[in-house]
Each structure stands twice: as structure tokens, then as C-alpha cells.
Write a new protein. Structure first.
Ligand code: 9MR
Length: 457
């Protein structure tokens, strides 16, 4: 994202974020011991997930960015966003050949200004097609779909971490068949054709297949998607990830074998993402289980809830989200945050065991505040840093990174960047006095961030 918060290239980022370690041990090596339940436990979902090498995100309706109560929670809690509707086919290409990127660009812009990662949703889907596309078939439709994939992925190139290339292409029930649709009727290879076009247009984005009701390992639909991914991997079709929407609303429950599903997909050599989570009546145990299951699977990269407040939900009558209509945290929020904070990182992976050298610096006094650096978790290819400001409630802190190291994600502050992309000015954004960031080592494992200044106001 932005000039800023992404390391270049797909594999480093992606393979990277899944390399995990025994959290407490590593934190101890890094000098910042964060024990479950300790006073230093992260206080927001995004910050806590980042400490586990994950993201915690939400679907965003762009029109709600004008609602300050909504935006306050968004900026404080989440470090990943998915457009709830604004990147769908009907939104982006309402008339054939006429693209309308305004709302989607606005969301990407907001995410960049907040250091949030963006999931693109969705390039090819049987639903929410514009009228002109609904009326198409055969080669004409196939070409129009591929053109849409190419145009959109090209427009957003470099700004999207993961694309839902194809959404909901399998039938419900026991058939294990593809869903019938105008796209499916263009030929069974329409899905792989879409993935190939997306890879060509944006080689650095990770490409996902996304679906609902693929949470229960025993379901025919789950097994059918699994076999497709297995087939794609064996034939070299470019697929990097599977998104489990995990709408446990409308009568669909959290299954006790959910962790088996996540780890089984991951074992195929793809990342897994929980992309649209909501749970009817927001029970604490089911939310906690989902978090624990994700943390237990190294390739589970993060969790996205499908809206912020219950009143924002597509199923608002089920009150399925983490904040109530007034924006207050619900018990499910507390359960999720505690599970993230208590979670250890998964048992597999290849962490760095050497303590980081070149301890981060604290800035010279004089700007009206002091920034104190705490080294965070270290992985084989990246490390976290958090910075706590004292002496001011609004502030800006200038942080310099040594190239080729690159900051790949930030949380709990609003970053801007100089033209080199290596000097970040982090401003307070109402999330408190501690912000954090992840730095990709990119081959330099010894350099550490330098704090250049802390300025009050
Ligand atoms: O939440 C979205 C809602 O506002 C739209 O009206 C609906 C239209 O299809 O899509 C909803 O989001 C869906 C997502 O794009 C794909 N998975 C299921 C989601 C809930 O229906």
C-alpha cells in the first residue's frame, strides 16, 4: 500500500507473514516480554493481531466514512479493509467500457492514510453483475469478464494485498458441483482463466478463491473447493489463497471442525483468510473459537469481520458483530481481543532466534514529547516495533528505516511518508499513545528503526 506500507513483491510478504514462532520466547529475545493478560497487552484488535503476525480487518461501506463515530472505530481498531460493495463488478463497470473507480479509490486512499491493508472484492462473480453483463453469454461474456479482471487489477496494481479473484462459484448442498451461472456456462475453465488474467495484471497481489459454507470440513461444497485448489496447485494455475467467508448467520453455525478445514486448505500450499466473519447474536465462545483456530494455523493470515457495528451489518437483525449500534464494544469484542492477546503464534515456522542487534533509538529531547521504542516480535524476514509517546496527547513522531528494509504495515496512528518511502511521520489518530509497525528486513537483518523526533501537537 502506498509508497509506504508494502514491501515490494508477492512472495516475501505472503510467505512471510505466515512464518511464525513461539511468541513469548521471541518477545523475550527481543526485549519486550508480553505475557498473556499483562499490562502491556495490546488494546486494539489490529495491534494485537499484528503482534501475532496477522491482520484484523473489517468490511467498509464507503458512504459511512462520513460518519465520524464509524470512522473513529475503524481507524482505532482495524488494520485491514475490504470494500463491502464498492469493488464489485456493477460498481466498477456500470456500463460496458465505462469504469467508475471513485468510491473504491476513496476507500483505498483512506486505507493508505491509516496504514491498513486492502482486500479487493471481487473481480469475477455470478452476482452483482451490471445489466449489460447479465445479458451476455459465451465467448462475448468470457472476454468481457477477462477484460474486467485485467482493467480493474491493473487500475489498482500495487495497492491491493489480496484479490478475491473469483467469488462463490460452487453450488450449495450435497452435489459438490459448480454453481450454474452465465460465467460457468462459458466453460469450466472460466475460474482458472480469471486467475491467470489477474496474475498477469497485478503480479504482486495474492490471488484468492472466496466462498461461503466452506467452513465445515465434511460439507460436499468444502470438499469440492478443496479439490479445485488441489487441482490448480498441481497444474500451476496461479492461486495463493482461499477465503472462508464464515457467515455464521442465517442458520449456519460455527463447525467444531473449522480448524481442520483451515489447516487442510493450508496444507495444499495456499494461505487461508477468514474474509467475512459475522456470527448470529455474537456469542463469545464462537468468536473466541474462530480466533483461536486462526492463530493455530500458521497460514491463516487474518480475520475480517463483515462490518463494524450491528447497525452496519447486512444482517443487522441478528446483531452479529463486535460493536453495538452505539459503537460500544460488545462481550464478543472482549472475547476476540483476549483471544488475540492470549494467543501464542502457531507451533510451526522458522523464526529468527538471534536477538536483534542495533537497538532502536529514542529521540533527542526537545520536541515536547518523548518516544520510547519497544522491540516486538521477530520473524525470519520481518519484525515488529512499537513506540509509546509520553508528554503529549497529540503528537507526531518521525521514524527512519534503513533501506532495503521497508515498513509493510502500521497500526494505531496515521502515517505519511517522504519520497524515499523510508522516513515515516506517524501522527496520533485518537488510538492512544502507542503505535506500531512491521518492518520487512529484505536481506538486512541487523538495522533497526531510528526515531528522529517527537513533536507535540
Ligand atoms: O454485505 C453486502 C450487501 O451490502 C450487499 O447488498 C450484498 C449484495 O450481494 O452483498 C453483501 O456482501 C456479500 C459479499 O459481497 C459476498 N459474500 C456474502 C456477503 C453477504 O451477502
Amino acid at each position: 500500500m502506498a509508497n509506504s506500507s508494502r514491501a515490494p513483491g508477492r512472495s516475501r510478504r505472503l510467505r512471510a507473514a505466515l512464518v511464525v514462532s513461539a511468541a513469548v520466547g521471541l518477545l523475550a529475545t527481543a526485549g519486550a516480554v508480553v505475557l498473556p493478560g499483562s499490562a502491556s497487552a495490546a488494546s486494539t484488535l489490529g495491534a494485537s493481531a499484528a503482534e501475532r503476525g496477522r491482520y484484523f480487518g473489517t468490511a467498509v461501506a464507503v458512504s459511512r466514512l462520513n460518519d465520524s463515530a464509524y470512522t473513529t472505530i475503524l481507524n482505532r481498531e482495524f488494520n485491514q479493509v475490504t470494500a463491502e460493495n464498492e469493488m464489485k463488478i456493477d460498481a466498477l463497470q456500470p456500463n460496458q467500457g465505462q469504469f467508475n473507480y471513485g468510491n473504491a479509490d476513496r476507500l483505498v486512499q483512506h486505507a493508505r492514510s491509516q496504514g491498513m491493508l486492502v482486500r479487493g472484492h471481487t473481480l469475477a462473480w455470478h452476482s452483482q453483475q451490471p445489466g449489460w453483463m447479465q445479458n451476455m453469454s459465451g465467448t462475448t461474456l468470457r472476454n468481457a469478464m477477462l477484460n474486467h479482471v485485467t482493467q480493474v487489477a491493473t487500475h489498482f496494481r500495487g495497492q491491493i494485498e489480496w484479490w478475491d479473484v473469483v467469488n462463490e462459484a460452487f453450488a450449495d448442498g450435497s452435489s459438490g458441483a459448480r454453481r450454474d451461472s452465465n460465467l460457468q456456462r462459458t466453460g469450466n475453465d472460466w475460474i482458472e482463466a480469471a486467475f491467470r488474467a489477474a496474475r498477469q495484471a497485478d503480479p504482486n497481489a495474492d490471488l484468492c478463491y472466496n466462498d461461503y459454507n466452506i467452513d465445515n470440513w465434511n460439507d460436499a461444497k468444502t470438499q469440492a473447493v478443496y479439490r479445485m485448489v488441489q487441482d490448480f496447485k498441481s497444474r500451476g494455475v496461479p492461486i495463493d489463497c482461499v477465503g472462508l467467508q464464515s457467515h455464521f448467520t442465517g442458520g449456519s453455525n460455527y463447525p467444531s471442525n473449522y480448524r481442520t478445514t483451515l489447516s487442510s486448505f493450508a496444507a495444499l500450499g495456499v494461505d487461508v483468510h477468514i474474509t467475512e466473519l459475522d456470527i448470529r447474536n455474537a456469542p463469545t465462545d464462537a468468536y473466541r473459537n474462530v480466533v483461536n483456530d486462526c492463530l493455530a494455523v500458521a497460514r491463516c493470515k487474518g480475520i475480517t469481520v463483515w462490518g463494524i457495528r450491528d447497525s452496519d451489518s447486512w444482517r443487522s437483525s441478528e446483531n452479529p458483530l463486535l460493536f453495538n449500534g452505539s459503537g460500544q464494544k460488545k462481550p464478543a469484542y472482549d472475547a476476540v481481543l483476549a483471544a488475540l492477546n492470549n494467543g501464542t503464534t502457531p507451533p510451526t515456522g522458522n523464526p529468527t532466534t538471534t536477538p536483534p542487534t542495533g537497538n532502536p533509538t529514542t529521540p533527542p529531547p526537545g520536541g515536547g514529547c518523548t518516544a520510547t521504542v519497544t522491540p516486538g516480535q521477530v520473524w525470519g524476514d520481518r519484525y515488529n516495533t512499537s513506540v509509546t509517546v509520553s508528554g503529549a496527547s497529540t503528537w507526531s513522531v518521525v521514524v527512519a528505516i534503513t533501506a532495503p528494509q521497508k515498513i509493510s504495515a502500521t497500526w494505531s496512528g496515521s502515517p505519511t511518508w517522504d519520497s524515499s518511502g523510508n522516513v515515516m511521520t506517524m501522527r496520533s489518530n485518537g488510538s492512544g499513545n502507542t503505535f506500531g509497525f512491521t518492518t520487512m528486513m529484505n536481506g538486512n537483518s541487523s538495522a533497526r528503526p531510528q526515531i528522529r523526533s517527537c513533536t507535540a501537537g
